[in-house]
Design a binder for this molecule. Structure first.
Ligand code: PEP
Ligand code: CO
Length: 446
């Protein structure tokens, strides 16, 4: 690729980028990060790509989940471990229901930059730049907090590295041992309406595991460890560029800040800077597609990001909303099928279903999330296609940000534990309910 470099995105219009006071400070920070060790390796990146190719062929299922935005303040042991626990529980349920290996991808260790619909926010008579994620500025509504600060990129790199270090340590030893499923329980699973169904399933899995080990004669501890991959929206291009590397014995460039970066819906312009940056990296990549993406635009995106068939390279994450998916998805599936290339399809049932209550609180109705997911499976099947994954915003905490679910959270519950700075996330119980629903749906299909 002769006409591409890690900074060639600068020749194109870049949406959703902050305006810094001194570009020289940005350049200095980018230079500093580019000298620090990478967070992931090209070996891991290729392993994930191979698995995503298998998911596109129906041999695996992709489960991607985590916070809308990670926060520097919540880079702590309990938050990370709880997120891991809920993702482990969901993947156990999905593996059981789909009878396929599940690829576990967290929205973590770098999910610090957010697209915003407005550049400024006004409260009373004061107007300040919008909060764009901890990588760029801070959420407090003060002038000092909202000034974009290039040093935060370094803080983000460090936080990502601390997060990943802890995750790698947890998943490389006993914590993820499928013989110790009780380690994955979250504190309040006891009185959860989901607990019985989950525990029954976990018991069955435990018994099957022991049965299999007896049959084939392996001993506990000999089974391969569970893998986790990282992903984030590759929104803030200076940060992504800083970690874009060449590695020995392989051609091309890798974004080694994450295994699996994605292009958000607001930055998916085929002529824009994000698509320019993403076309040149060797990672598996994803693009969020929503109602603004026409079949013609999708064809161009596929031409640019997947010039030759390269299974595992491109995932399309669709997010339309439960009321619109039936109208928008089929023409996009048709356009992708016409390309003749292998693409993995993943459903994000969260971002098309965001609404605001009369009190101005951002929320999502659980039944709409479930309905979009349900429709997604059926639409893909009707179109002779396959839904190969889900993309969920969740937390391992007992928050009250989305309405509904087994415990029947209502609008009045939202105030009790509403913590997100940005999009409303499924709490632990609601996330498990999504996994159980998906597992049931997939097991019916066989
Ligand atoms: C997100 O994933 O948090 C997000 C902003 O999604 P989208 O680009 O689909 O709106
Ligand atoms: Co979000």
């Amino acid at each position: 690729m002769h006409d591409w470099s890690p900074s060639s995105w600068k020749t194109k219009p870049a949406a959703q980028q902050p305006v810094y006071e001194h570009e020289s400070d940005v350049a200095r920070v980018v230079q500093e990060i580019s000298k620090l060790p990478p967070l992931v390796t090209s070996w891991e990146v290729h392993a994930l790509k191979t698995q995503l190719a298998e998911a596109a062929r129906g041999q695996r299922f992709l489960m991607q989940g985590g916070d809308c935005a990670e926060s520097f303040d919540r880079c702590d042991s309990a938050t990370i471990a709880n997120k891991l626990k809920i993702l482990l529980q969901m993947s156990l349920v999905l593996t059981y229901g789909s009878q396929r290996q599940v690829i576990r991808v967290g929205r973590f260790a770098g999910q610090y930059a957010k697209p915003r619909s407005a550049n400024f926010e006004t409260r009373d008579d004061v107007t300040l730049p919008s909060y764009r994620g901890d990588l760029i500025n801070r959420p407090e509504f003060t002038e000092a907090a909202r000034v974009p600060d290039p040093e935060l990129m370094l803080r983000g790199y460090e936080r990502a590295s601390l997060t990943l270090n802890f995750i790698r340590a947890l998943v490389s030893r006993g914590f993820v041992d499928p013989h110790r499923l009780e380690y994955w329980d979250l504190d309040w699973v006891g009185d959860s309406p989901m607990a019985d169904e989950y525990r029954r399933l976990a018991r069955t899995v435990g018994e099957s595991l022991r049965f299999m080990e007896n049959i084939v004669g392996v001993h506990p501890g000999e089974l391969p460890w569970i893998e986790f991959f990282t992903s984030h929206e590759g929104l803030h291009l200076p940060y992504e560029q800083a970690q874009t590397r060449q590695v020995p014995h392989r051609e091309g460039w890798y974004n080694l800040s994450t295994h699996f970066p994605w292009i958000g819906m607001r930055t998916a312009d085929p002529d824009g800077a994000h698509v320019e940056y993403f076309r040149g990296i060797r990672n598996p990549i994803a693009v969020k597609v929503g109602p603004v993406v026409t079949p013609a635009m999708l064809r161009r995106l596929i031409d640019i990001l997947l010039p030759e068939d390269d299974p595992g390279r491109l995932t399309l994450i669709h997010r339309f909303g439960s009321a619109c998916i039936g109208r928008y998805l089929p023409p996009l599936i048709e356009a992708a099928q016409a390309s003749g290339k292998t693409i993995l399809w993943c459903c994000d049932p969260m971002h098309g279903n965001t609404e605001t209550t009369v009190d101005g609180i951002k929320t999502r109705h659980f039944e709409n999330i479930l309905s979009e997911l349900d429709q997604a499976f059926d639409i893909h099947e009707r179109c002779g296609n396959r839904l190969g994954g889900i993309h969920i915003e969740l937390t391992g905490e007992d928050v009250t940000e989305c309405i509904g679910g087994a415990r029947g959270l209502s609008v009045t519950d939202l105030n009790r534990a509403y913590e997100t700075q940005l999009d409303p996330r499924l709490n632990y119980e609601q996330a498990l309910e999504i996994a159980l629903f998906t597992a049931r749906k997939m097991s019916k299909r066989g």
